[in-house]
Design a protein around this ligand. Structure first.
Ligand code: UGA
Length: 423
């Protein structure tokens, strides 16, 4: 099938590359010419496990990138995969979605065949009907008989996005007519997964609900973890016993410094805004966010209990990325922790296997070290913020610390004497 994808960010790029791998002819439409050049050369502009191999294999053959919308005039499916960043009030900024709809509509004027416009971006329920559909139809001058609409949310985890695309738990397709929905189902070809067909608004809501539920599991574990810590109980032992109940499930129960990244904080806030706009008081979701906000501060409280005033102390921060396997620091829990360390007058020495360049844009004045060993040298304390596997192998490196105070934001070390944020 001929597919155009608007947006070459991590969702558009992974989706486009994987669709090319499945045998489709894909064009990624991206405004950044540097990204376009990189994609066409087979070099991923982002780090994602397994992506480089697939991109190299398909770029220039069945996968192309372009800054123009020409490919839309022959496309059978056009996917929207642009950002929906938060506005200051927490609601989703849909201006990129609308702009994409208008550009797609203009380009569809020249498309003689039936085409389906599919939203992949995470959007509040009603966005396809109220924003995308009118923008596309008005700009194209066509009718719903000539253009179909669907919503096909992505459930790709950063760092594991290729695997999640090729082996999904489910494929959700929201559409208002079967012709559009069937075409989207067809594009997934041999991908083995249950296909859930829903209305468009339900599909939009499924994405928000999934992320909000996962975020709730994390905040729940963190709150239980905080109680456990006071009682001298290891919350990881507790959640092992709890998670094996099939009604609960073992995943996303790892307590720690809270959830970060470009999705959970933004999507839960957008759902809170949506609930309020509709006259609801989303108490549970607001608590999920509050627990998440206060969790990083607890690590500083623990640190101060152990080392006293932080003024002039060298504090090693291991892990800057919002999780392992990525260079992404967006809403990383290391950010509020470093902010507070700086406020308290500490000397921050930081290291991350992948996210130093990205974090330098957030904090230019802290010390960036070239290894965990260098970071720990003469440190008064160490905070482990990201669950990088390489940190689990550290041993002698810790012996160079001035004082052996190690506090973890995620439980990865089995070292004696290590204290956890909530275990
Ligand atoms: C998340 C969802 O998992 C994807 O399904 C979804 O498609 C994506 O958002 C999106 O909306 O695009 P992602 O943000 O890449 O994916 O990261 P996750 O692996 O879900 O982790 C999110 C945060 O929760 C991280 O900071 C992680 O460290 C934290 N986390 C995760 C915990 O604190 N505890 C856990 O048990 C699991």
């Amino acid at each position: 099938m001929k597919i155009s994808i608007v947006g070459g960010g991590y969702v558009g790029l992974v989706t486009g590359t994987c669709f090319a791998e499945l045998g489709h002819e894909v064009t990624i439409i991206e405004i950044d010419p540097e990204k376009v050049r990189a994609i066409n050369k087979g070099k991923p502009p982002i780090y994602e496990v397994g992506l480089e191999e697939l991109l190299k294999k398909n770029a220039g053959r069945t996968l192309h990138a372009s800054t123009d919308y020409d490919s839309v005039s022959i496309a059978e499916i056009v996917l929207i995969a642009v950002g929906t960043p938060p506005k200051p009030d927490g609601s989703a900024n849909l201006s990129y979605i609308e702009a994409a709809g208008i550009s797609i509509g203009k380009a569809l004027k020249d498309n003689p065949s039936y085409c389906v416009v599919v939203d992949k971006s995470t959007v509040p329920p009603g966005t396809t009907e109220k924003i995308i559909k009118p923008a596309v139809l008005k700009a194209s001058g066509k009718t719903e008989k000539e253009i179909g609409f669907a919503m096909n949310p992505e459930f790709l985890r950063e760092g594991r996005a290729v695997e999640d695309f090729l082996h999904p738990d489910r494929i959700v397709i929201g559409s208002s007519e079967s012709r559009a929905g069937n075409r989207v189902a067809e594009v997934y070809g041999n991908v083995k997964a249950p296909v859930i067909s829903t209305g468009i608004m339900a599909a939009e809501m499924i994405k928000y609900t999934s992320n909000a539920f996962l975020a709730t599991k994390i905040s729940f574990s963190n709150e239980i973890g905080n109680v456990c810590k006071n009682l001298g109980i290891d919350v990881y032992e507790v959640m092992q016993g709890v998670g094996l109940d099939r009604r609960i499930g073992p995943l996303f129960l790892n307590a720690g410094a809270g959830f970060g990244g470009s999705c959970f904080p933004k999507d839960v806030s957008a759902l809170v805004s949506l609930a309020k706009e509709n006259g609801e008081n989303p108490m549970l979701l607001e608590s999920v966010l509050s627990v998440n906000e206060q969790q990083p501060h607890r690590i500083i409280t623990l640190l101060k209990k152990r080392v006293g005033s932080l003024n002039g102390k060298r504090i090693a921060v291991l892990g800057l990325a919002f999780k392992d396997n990525t260079d992404d620091v967006r809403d990383s829990r290391a950010i509020p922790v470093i902010e507070e360390l700086i406020r308290e007058g500490a000397h921050v020495a930081a290291y991350d296997p992948m996210a130093m360049t990205t974090m330098k844009k957030v904090f230019s004045d802290i010390e960036y070290c070239s290894s965990a060993k260098e970071t720990l040298h003469k440190a008064d304390a160490c905070l482990v913020m990201t669950e990088w596997p390489e940190f689990t192998r550290l041993d002698a490196e810790f012996k160079q610390m001035k004082t052996p105070v190690i506090i973890e934001g995620r439980k990865i070390l089995s070292r004696k004497g290590t204290e956890g944020i909530c275990w």
